[in-house]
Design a protein around this ligand. Sequence first.
Ligand SMILES: Cc1cc2nc3c(=O)[nH]c(=O)nc-3n(C[C@H](O)[C@H](O)[C@H](O)COP(=O)(O)O)c2cc1C
Length: 188
Amino acid sequence: MASTTSFLNAVAIRRSVYNLKNSSPISQARIQEIVHEAVKYCPSAFNIRSTRFVTPTTFPKEVYDLLVPRIELFRAAYGIVLFFDDPSTISNVPLVFHPFFTQYPEIHDHAAGMLQFVVWTALAAEGLGCNLQHYQPGITPWVKEKFDVPEHWKLTAQLVFGEIVEGPGPEKERTGLDEAVKVFGGKE
Ligand SMILES: Cc1cc2nc3c(=O)[nH]c(=O)nc-3n(C[C@H](O)[C@H](O)[C@H](O)COP(=O)(O)O)c2cc1C
């Protein structure tokens, strides 16, 4: 199912939304479909596709028992996507390219970030409120046991989502754009 929101518009409307409730404007099937599409089409170095996901259909709220009270707000949300990296996928890459991953170990984080952004933006385009969290390593042992996750998977982020109660807050300042983008030369 194609979204009617154009890509850049979807990028522009994606925000961090924290005040969420335990419902969703779209079905579980559609949420799962979005995650699968993101995995299928997101690029990764040498097409290694090392990012792994757990998308529980029932939000395991007891995770919040492990966290500081500030996080309590998110207990009210509908779902969570847990992002992991599987470093063993390096074995799918020809040996000759392995030094690349040694020299740029952060490349896995780049790929993970791309996927997190795609899933976040796509869910937001469907009307869900989302916020990206980094509860690890505090919740890592619980997550691995709860979802029978292989020991070598590395938990990288959690996307909390649900129907929006309120927010996002006011538009954030988009300062420093001139410093961020330098254009040299160019065509008329
Ligand atoms: C790599 C990355 C890590 C982030 N980690 C957190 C986090 O741990 N907790 C949180 O509440 N927000 C987190 N955020 C959200 C940012 O604070 C937020 O995206 C930024 O302030 C811009 O606001 P917006 O999302 O409303 O556009 C993270 C964002 C990125 C891109």
